[in-house]
Ligand binder design. Sequence first.
Ligand code: B1M
Length: 213
Amino acid sequence: MSRIYERLSTAILEGKIDRMPNLVQRALDQGLPPKDILDKGMVPGMDEVGARFRRGDMFVPEVIRSADAMQAGLGVLRPRLSESGVELLGKIVLGTVKGDLHDIGKNLVGMMCEGAGFEVIDLGFNIEPDAFIVAIKEHQPAVVGMSALLTTTMRAMGYTINAIREAGLQDQVKIMVGGAPVDAEFAERIGADGYGSNAPAGVELAKQLVGAV
Ligand code: B1M
């Protein structure tokens, strides 16, 4: 395997944001296929970040640096991926539900999903059910992800799912939820398709929901 893949993976793991664009450019200059640069170099780095975060061997600030390194590399790689007609895993519309201003965990989920190969449309925080519906119609995502950090706002996830159902859109998208007060039982009760306990689990779930694993 090309040594450059290992270097890309390590640079992501170590959060070397400034080094990534150069490394990706060097890999492209060597004639390596953009999809291999992603799958053999960058994604394994991000997978390892997820594994370490789950084990408690990496913490939020380090994960954010790694995700930023991934983004820096994707900045160079993305145009080449689309030129070569590589299909990303699908689109995810993501937002923190109405009434809730917490977005750190949601951002982490978004960055890691992007790192895994999804196109993420991040609506932000305090997102009304209607705004989710508008985004589903506009972007046609495979997955809608909702985050809530307050026991008072987790109910808004249920309202949002109801609104999506009433708009006749539930068959078009899979819905995943997460956030500290949420659990699998609650997710099932409100009719979500799945629950992610943390960002790596959210990524795995999103992959399952689009049939990528
Ligand atoms: Co607030 N806050 N906060 N807060 N805040 C909590 C959540 C709280 C637990 C603190 C406490 O009292 N101990 C408490 C909630 C209590 C409850 O509801 N039971 C609380 C409160 C009460 C409040 C206010 C009401 C305080 C007030 O004004 N009186 C207020 C509410 C504002 C509002 O939202 N309307 C408020 C405000 C704020 C700040 C704005 C100051 C700030 C948010 C800044 C921001 O997000 N940009 C803030 C913060 C920072 C926190 C704590 C300290 C940290 C949250 C965080 O970012 N964690 C939090 C206490 C705590 O958790 N220790 C607290 C790190 C983040 C990486 O984890 O978000 O859980 P988390 O995300 C995880 C998983 O949950 C999961 O993956 C992430 C990564 O592993 N995940 C998903 C999250 N979303 C997912 C989606 C998925 C899948 C996985 O799929 C779609």
